[in-house]
Design a protein around this ligand. Structure first.
Ligand code: 2AM
Ligand code: CA
Length: 267
């Protein structure tokens, strides 16, 4: 994708993200219909659907050849990432949205033939936009993000981890995860994967692990973290596949090797 095309796409995407954020803020006090999806704690509201519909309609009218991969059903059924693909989570951190009315984000990424070109993560209530154009720097609002520190000992790390992974788990050796939790300086869990990736890219959090993310939870975050010299893989070090649900590690290369080699045992 050339620079001119990327800039034009970026301007549209940014304007739609900011406008969608405005709709959410304006509607925050109105009553919400809340439903559940894969389990009783996996929430969705009509706001998730309305915001995704807004993006789908805009993308289809301005860019009819582009594809959309998204959470709430307005996207395309994709079997490849060929062409220009928008990957969108209209509200990442829906549980936070419902219970806290803050700490949620809009996550939007644009990939060209599988390569991440544009990433936007908008913390709606704090009005903080993380944004990246591949090769042109990653930003938190107008502030350029620094390259990640290369050497951080695990003992000095803040690790993002959902506590549930450290309990009995069919997919991972949870005793090793408990060892990792004891090893690091501290753990955090924000409840919005996109904001967790943004924290890693900002360098205020050192590593993120999850055993269940969808493409729209991580697509923008991956581009942001990569732009500051970090890496995102599956939790066993294999490359991500953005067409399927996946495990994820994100952070600097050194922490990745330590975490994956010493603490991750998939069953
Ligand atoms: P969501 O809010 O868009 O559903 C919660 O720790 C993070 O994991 C959120 O980013 C959430 O995205 C994501 N997530 C992925 N799969 C999930 C699931 N089955 N249930 C709840 N959260 C899920
Ligand atoms: Ca969501």
């Amino acid at each position: 994708m050339d620079r001119k095309e990327r800039n034009q796409l970026y301007e549209h995407a940014k304007n739609w993200v900011l406008e969608a954020g405005g709709f959410i803020r304006e509607s925050l006090d109105k009553p919400l219909t809340i439903n559940t999806k894969s389990n009783a704690n996996d929430l969705v509201t009509e706001m998730d659907r309305n915001i995704e519909k807004y993006f789908a309609e805009n993308i289809r009218s301005h860019y009819p050849t582009h594809k959309l991969l998204s959470e709430e059903g307005f996207g395309d059924d994709l079997t490849t990432l060929d062409g220009t693909v928008w990957i969108i989570d209209p509200i990442d951190g829906t549980m936070n949205f419902v219970h806290q009315k803050r700490n949620f984000a809009i996550s939007l990424a644009i990939y060209q033939d599988g390569v991440g070109e544009i990433g936007l993560i908008y913390n709606v209530m704090e009005d903080i936009l993380y944004h990246v154009k591949k090769g042109e720097g990653a930003y938190r609002n107008e502030t350029k993000l620094a390259t990640l520190k290369k050497h951080v000992n695990l003992e000095e790390c803040i690790l993002l981890i959902n506590n549930i992974w450290s309990c009995e788990n069919a997919r991972i050796n949870h005793m090793k995860i408990q060892e990792l939790i004891k090893k690091v300086r501290g753990t955090r869990s924000y409840g919005s994967a996109a904001l967790e990736f943004a924290g890693v890219a900002e360098g205020i959090l050192d590593a993120y692990i999850s055993i269940q993310l969808h493409p729209w939870d991580l697509a923008a975050g991956v581009i942001l973290v990569e732009e500051v010299g970090g890496i995102t893989t599956q939790i066993d070090g294999k490359p991500l596949n953005l067409l399927t649900e996946s495990t994820a590690f994100s952070g600097n290369h050194l922490i990745k090797d330590q975490v994956i080699n010493e603490y991750i045992e998939l069953k």
